[in-house]
Design a binder for this molecule. Sequence first.
Ligand SMILES: [Zn+2]
Length: 63
Amino acid sequence: MAVPKYKTSKARTRRRRSINMAMTTPNLVACGNCGNKVLRHRVCPKCGFYRGKQIIEPQEMAD
Ligand SMILES: [Zn+2]
C-alpha cells in the first residue's frame, strides 16, 4: 500500500480545503413583483409570487 512520504502541513491542508471546500454565495435574483432578492426557482417569501402569479400568502416577518 502506498504510504505518504511527507506529512501534509496544516498550511497545505488548509490551502487545499479553502479551494475544495469553499462555500459559494447563493444565486439571488430580483423578484419580478416586488424586487426583493430571492433564490432562483423559489417563491418570493415577501410577496408570495412565482412566475408572475400569487402562489402563497406572504408570511409576516416577526421582528
Ligand atoms: Zn416578491
